[in-house]
Design a protein around this ligand. Structure first.
Ligand code: F6P
Length: 364
């Protein structure tokens, strides 16, 4: 069965996440063991649309990279070949469908399969290429942990670890100055990072997109702590969190072909807390630090399990699927069931219930 596969490609799409290089390494090692040739496509699908964008990936090319951050292949979140942004002479941007060119180059390169490593956007693109006949296997990446079909994505645990450390550290400076700290974390429209970092870092309030919050409820928490002699508070807010009657905070409109950028939720909340409680309130936006640098051990392991699993899946010629963690196993789920869906924090989950049990404010 293996003899039918000779040459496979790997690409990494969307925002980077710690563990991308670990997946690449595992995929290359497992594929080379079967005698397959492996190439890397630079910057998502860019590499298939330009001359020098396809590079060989031999064992030596992936030596010692599992612990490194970023991706040796480069990535982009402006690389959807079905909606390729091109600048016109008048300065405007038009979106072109270049999927046909991608399919043609893929065939001309003699590729038997693509391992597409990415988040929801990348899985959507992979699913569309699968419909056009490309043999694709997806690998679930994102610090946001918002991909359907898998218990976890790689990158998430690293982001939580970085954010928890920051939340924990801010306690001492908050206490020293009797201040309130509002820490804004990433996660887009899901509250996984905020919830986990908030619990691990000992936050007094955790605000997630799944539970629209009331500013009064957060201020009440600050006041209660004040009355108990705790003259500081630490609030974690997800970038996608919003007030019950409010809108999600964004950094302007999305450019053509790009997702809207979220940001500002922390500043907005801090201002309100300061005004209503009279407490000096500061904001820390953790931003891209959450996905910078190498993966924690958990992500190194899960990323390499995903990479090895992708090769096994290709070997049995199962395509149009994404490898997924269903502990203790790695299974596959159809790309069509993943793409366009979002895994939010379930409000009846034990994690959310535990937060309530402990009296941590969820803003409702
Ligand atoms: O999806 C990962 C993520 O880091 C989100 O948490 C965040 O909203 C977004 O990407 C930021 O994207 P960019 O790097 O394009 O600003």
């Amino acid at each position: 069965m293996d003899a039918e596969i000779r040459r496979i490609a790997i690409n990494t799409g969307g925002g980077d996440a710690p563990g991308l290089n670990a997946v690449i390494r595992a995929t290359v090692l497992a594929a080379r063991r079967r005698g397959w040739e492996v190439v890397g496509i630079r910057k998502g699908y860019h590499g298939l649309l330009q001359g020098d964008g396809v590079i060989p990936l031999r064992r030596a090319d992936v030596r010692g990279i599992a612990h490194q951050g970023g991706t040796i292949l480069g990535t982009t979140n402006r690389g959807n070949p079905f909606e390729w942004p091109m600048r016109e002479s008048d300065g405007s941007t038009t979106l072109y469908d270049r999927s046909g060119e991608v399919m043609e180059r893929f065939r001309n390169l003699g590729l038997d399969a693509l391992v597409a490593i990415g988040g929801d956007g990348s899985m959507k693109i992979a699913s569309r290429f699968a419909e056009l006949g490309m043999p694709v296997v997806g690998v679930p990446k994102t610090i946001d942990n918002d991909l359907e079909g898998t218990v976890t994505t790689f990158g998430f645990h690293t982001a939580v670890s970085i954010a928890s450390d920051a939340v924990g550290r801010l306690h001492s400076t908050a206490e020293a100055h009797d201040r309130v700290f509002v820490i804004e974390v990433m996660g887009r429209y899901a509250g996984w990072i905020a919830l986990h970092a908030g619990i691990a870092g000992g936050a007094d309030a955790i605000l997630i997109p799944e539970i629209p919050y009331s500013i009064e409820s957060v201020c009440e928490k600050v006041r209660q702590r004040e009355m108990r002699g705790r003259h500081f508070s630490v609030v974690v807010i997800a970038e996608g969190a919003r007030e019950s009657e409010g809108e999600i905070s964004t950094l302007g409109a999305a450019a053509p072909g790009e997702a809207v950028r979220l940001g500002g939720a922390g500043h907005k909340l801090a201002q309100e807390i300061g005004q209503r409680t009279g407490k000096e309130t500061r904001t820390v936006v953790l931003g891209h630090l959450q996905r910078a640098g190498g993966p924690v051990a958990y992500d190194r392991v899960i990323a390499q399990r995903f990479g090895a699993a992708a090769v096994k899946v290709i070997a049995r010629r199962e395509f149009s699927v994404m490898v997924a963690l269903d502990p203790p196993d790695i299974l596959t789920v159809p790309l069509s069931e993943v793409s366009g869906r979002m895994k939010c924090v379930p409000l009846d989950s034990d994690t959310v219930e535990s937060v309530r049990e402990m009296g941590i404010c969820l803003g409702d």
